[in-house]
Design a protein around this ligand. Structure first.
Ligand code: SF4
Length: 243
């Protein structure tokens, strides 16, 4: 008779079905499932697996962010938005700053722009849980104004620390503000987008922010072009669902 915890049953199922690395045999999917299995072994007490858990390191940063008063935005935030997703994400999205809904929920990219980002992800065969989604600023600027230089300088180290923990293969900067903050140079997004740039051991590509796409739907075509490059870089399949 079958017995065991749900996790054990899941492991058993995986062992029974090596092809359950199923759905996709891309290196991205294989690595993800291998990491899930390592997590499972850790949960089951296999302490000899000394693989550093990046989730713990990210949680430590989130705790620091929650108490942060490095810039004035702590005074007006409802809650911090440290970013969320897969601690071992191979693809990380970086936006500008939380908006009203993000400030309310403590989650990055929720609301209309967030739903569009989800559809963009689905178009390259990914779900939100596969990636990490965050912002340059972890607190909402009042009335969604643009981040001030001192706010960016104060908050950027948190994002850089998160990137150094996750070591993604691809970083996608959403919008000119995020791209400029990461690259340290200010240019229109139309000039920065569409090409990979080496960045902290990853490849950075900039594209339009989903909120901009909501106002300018024809630009979705360019984002789709950029996402195809991301998809190819990660060895993903096209899902047929376009954002
Ligand atoms: S925006 Fe960043 S630096 Fe400023 S208070 Fe929030 S977490 Fe701290």
């Amino acid at each position: 008779m079958a017995s065991g915890t749900p996790q054990q049953k899941r492991l058993f199922t995986d062992q029974e079905r090596p092809s359950s690395l199923s759905g996709s045999d891309s290196p991205f999917a294989l690595r993800r499932q291998l990491n899930e299995r390592l997590d499972l072994h850790r949960l089951q007490g296999a302490r000899h697996l000394h693989v550093s858990p990046p989730g713990k390191a990210l949680a430590k940063i989130a705790a620091e962010v929650a108490a942060c008063k490095r810039c004035v935005l702590w005074k007006t935030r409802t809650q911090v938005v440290p970013g969320q997703g897969n601690p071992r994400a191979e693809l990380v999205f970086v936006g500008e700053a939380p908006g009203a809904e993000e400030d309310k929920q403590g989650l990055a990219f929720v609301g209309r722009a967030g739903r569009l980002l989800t559809r963009i992800l689905n178009a390259i065969s990914l779900d939100r849980d596969d990636v990490f989604i965050g912002n340059v600023l972890k607190c909402r600027p009042p009335a969604n104004r643009s981040p001030l230089p001192d706010e960016t300088a104060s908050c950027l180290p948190y994002l850089l620390a998160q990137l150094d923990i996750m070591k993604p293969r691809v970083i996608c900067a959403l919008g000119a503000v995020a791209a400029s903050a990461l690259l340290g140079e200010s240019q229109p997004i139309g000039r920065m987008r569409g090409s990979f740039i080496p960045y902290r051991g990853a490849k950075l590509i900039a594209t339009y922010h989903p909120a901009y796409l909501l106002r300018n739907p024809p630009e979705k075509r360019k984002v789709w072009e950029d996402m195809q490059k991301v998809r190819d870089e990660l060895g993903l399949e096209e899902s047929g669902r376009k954002g």
